[in-house]
Design a protein around this ligand. Sequence first.
Ligand code: B12
Length: 545
Amino acid sequence: MKIRLIEPRPAGLSMFDSALLPRLGLPLIGRVLTREGHDVRIYVENLAPIDWGDVLSADLVGFSATSATAPVAYALAASLRRAAIPTVIGGVHVTFLADEALDHCDYVVRGEGQQTILELVAALNDPARLEQIAGLSYWDGPAGRCLKRHNPDRPACSPEEFAALPAPDLSLIVGSERMTSAPVMTQWGCPFNCNFCSVIQMFGRNVRARPVEDILDELETQRDRGNVFFYDDNFVIDKPRTMRLLRGMRERDLRFIWSAQVRAEIVYADKRTGEIDHELLGLMRETGCSTVYCGFESANPETLKLYRKQQDVESIRASIRAFHEYGIMVHGMFVLGSDADDKAGISQTAEFAIENEIDTVQFLILTPCPGTAFYDQMAAEGRILTQDWALYDGHHCVIQPTLMDPYELQFSAHKAMARFYSARRAWRRLATSLIRNLPFLLRLAWRDVVLNRQFPRLARGLLDRSRQLDAVRMFKQRLNREKRRRLESLVMVPALRLYGHRQIRRWADQARSRAHIEFLKRLMPRVPGRSGKPPVCDRAVKSLS
Ligand code: B12
């Protein structure tokens, strides 16, 4: 059967536009389908445009959607359905809103989809078998009198089944060579219970981990890429296992520059005494860890409690210090707008990030993703402002906070980002780094740029905006790991900060952001302050635009 799979890109600009990375659901599903002899191709819109000629001749088209990309996926699926092409959709959003998704698609795969899709494809010519497929939602009954049917949930795959899953087939993705890193996932699930996160509802708290040897084998196949991003929601859950993986990388001489999502307290050998785990950090550094993505969430202890984060502010500080001591960059992920956050609190969080010298940050606005405890709470309290899912990307305020107006939350989060990503701060950091490392950079410029036979191609690429990323990648591929690592640590942070600076401005300038800001402003009470002036936010928005 000819099957085409699509991961649509979200509408509008976001801070993640430069991350040329797919989610791994479709490559995994692609792998299990090709093993059964099907002809599969995957389009990840962020990586390459969709070839509609190819898609329109498929026997089945599948979509993967998060909340923010669900509206685009629905629109595409609805138009294919009108062309009488069967469509199926899966992913973290539709798992919890299958009824909604069926309005646009023929089939919805809820939860983990790798087994359900095989059963669905096998049953397409025999609709009587559909009702036996766990985790499937579909239209049932004679034409004109169809009803939505939701079969019972499919239990999450067992640790043994998980361990036996094949590695996702990235080669099925059109444009996979443009990926900025090799994405590798070693575990599914998260033992924690943060109230805004949909991972626990989707993959459970019972963590399943792949055998270390299999992961090392998968890494062997990615040697050419140079960079690896471990997608685990929490890369260090079972420390001895992580250490075995890292030692295995060292033994097999897998020289990657890698990054991963971790929690702050992994830096401790003993949290009670504050003793730092030098062995783990040393091994991370030695095996090429360049950046950790840390879900710090907030510098406000009350907010951390409300999020059920099980983390204190001191651990955040200690972890930044410890990672930096080992030359590992820190990307701090914060979620703003809890019931304990006010405007001053948000600006303190921005100050905290600057003072503690976090390298890069994301200040996202607390968003109620369907399926989460937080969504249920917001819905029950009538605090959801819009169900335009395209706005559920952490860049838009879609709830009524308690200590602020929605507009104030939107504005404060934007201001926090703009403050952190100030151009002045970025240039200052670049200048200091360049001066400190001048001899190294001059050597590099001479040996690896001027004497590089591909210099003319490289120069042309760097001058052409649309090919800059490819040119940078081509250049990096020529360097050995130590040089690449040093260069990245020098240039990466200022470059990302300048990118952030530009992207924040572009975000605020685009029509859909302005429309949302106007929508939030209309929700503001129109009572002038005691001075008779308009509310502070009204004045503030002028400085935004
Ligand atoms: C890697 C990753 C990223 C990458 C790549 C992003 C991309 N291309 O979307 C980066 C870092 C750029 C990123 C950014 C963001 N991300 Co992100 N990200 C992830 C992460 C950690 C892993 C994704 C993955 O590969 N999972 C593993 C695969 C196997 O799972 P899967 O894709 O869901 O597929 C399985 C099932 O869902 C199902 N399935 C899925 N699709 C389909 C399709 C069909 C046809 C079928 C049959 C089945 C099926 O079967 C698959 C196998 O079982 C997830 C968390 C997670 N554990 O999933 C968050 C996650 C997807 N991200 C999330 C969010 C919110 C974001 C951001 C908006 C904000 C942020 N976190 O900083 C941005 C927006 C990015 C964008 N452009 O849209 C949320 C989405 C929640 C929601 N309801 O929308 C998640 C779930 C994290 C969370 N804590 O809740 N992200």
